[in-house]
Design a protein around this ligand. Structure first.
Ligand code: COA
Ligand code: ZN
Length: 304
């Protein structure tokens, strides 16, 4: 197993989409740059969704335009999409990686994308075919992989099936999303161990929310199974406007610190990450920061 872990910071998308305060384009660009400057491998910089559904994500094309001057920023930037229209908008904006959302329940598929699970899968296959021609990478994220706010607990067999299909279709990554932060570590370990045994860890990732304070424990459980890709959000920003009860993502602040202490290589400079975390808090007025942030800042000051 490799000791390198790829972190995707989803704060500029999963975080900002759920704020009362809508940030201006230059503020969104500044936040992405601060996260990239801290060495985070990948950043979900926004989504191409209906601006009526998620007003905070309107103008994501402008965010991509604001990052274009520095190729290292665009190379690490992802856009979340719910459908083919989103794919086309992301491609036209210059995205080289997209996150397409799949579902482990029909209830969530309907609420989030006005589709059934099967319809979302069919569209994702079409998107994979287009993306291959366009030279764009596709991350297939399985929403509500552990529990759905509408349909209840998710049967792991449903997740295993959808993961197997999209591994076979050649998705560049397949990510299990605990959209509402309901999973517990034993459950995570069992499911991720089974998936790693079946498909290897190379293309598998996890996305946890910290609603029930188990985000970090769930990251650890998946690491133990061999997973080496995680979504997290700067300063713990986050939530999902379409999933009642979802709170912020597990924070990049805490995940990066834990992984560094465990000896994993993430490429993240914790001092610079704190600057990005401070910026997220300043811009939104609500980002709580990682739970270890006060300790981490104090420690970094002392060792500077
Ligand atoms: N980007 C921007 N606009 C889009 C779009 C996209 N990806 N997909 C559809 N639209 C537009 C349509 O053009 C149409 O515009 P109009 O009213 O000006 O004609 C409008 O949205 C409605 O389109 P329709 O196909 O009828 O969709 P819908 O009303 O059933 O909504 C979604 C479906 C998917 C567009 C909408 O629910 C959505 O954007 N959801 C995003 C959910 C999200 O971001 N969740 C959080 C992340 S998991
Ligand atoms: Zn999420």
């Amino acid at each position: 197993m490799t000791d390198r872990i790829i972190i995707t910071d989803v704060g500029p998308r999963d975080g900002l989409q759920n704020q009362l305060k809508i940030l201006a384009t230059d503020e969104r660009v500044a936040l992405v740059r601060a996260i990239a400057d801290a060495g985070v491998s990948q950043i979900e910089v926004g989504s191409f969704v209906s601006p009526k559904a998620v007003p905070a994500m309107a103008g994501t094309d402008q965010v991509f335009a604001g990052l274009r001057d520095q190729p290292e920023y665009s190379a690490t930037s992802l856009a979340l999409i719910p459908n083919m229209k989103g794919y086309q908008l992301a491609r036209d904006a210059g995205a080289k990686m997209v996150t397409m959302v799949l579902y482990a329940s029909d209830g969530m598929a309907q609420k989030n994308a006005a589709m059934s699970m099967a319809e979302a899968e069919a569209v994702t296959v079409d998107i994979l075919n287009c993306a291959r021609e366009d030279g764009i990478e596709v991350v297939a994220t399985v929403a509500v992989a552990f529990e759905c706010p509408f349909d209840g607990p998710t049967d792991p067999a449903v997740v295993e099936n959808v993961v197997a299909r999209f591994m076979a279709y050649g998705a560049d990554q397949v990510v299990l999303a605990d959209t509402i932060g309901a999973a517990h570590p034993q459950q995570v370990r069992d499911l991720t161990a089974a998936l790693v045994a079946e498909h290897g860890a190379e293309r598998l990732g996890c996305h946890f929310h910290d609603t029930r304070a188990m985000g970090l424990a769930n990251v650890f459980a998946a690491v133990e199974s061999g997973v080496r890709r995680f979504d997290s959000s700067i300063a713990g920003l986050g939530g999902c406007p379409f999933a009642p009860g979802a709170s912020g993502n597990v924070s990049t602040d805490d995940v990066a610190m834990m992984l560094a202490q465990m000896g994993f290589e993430t490429g993240i400079d914790l001092g610079k990450l704190m600057l990005a975390s401070d910026l997220a808090a300043r811009l939104t007025g609500t980002a709580p920061g990682g739970r270890a942030k006060p300790w981490l800042q104090n420690y970094l000051l002392k060792t500077a």
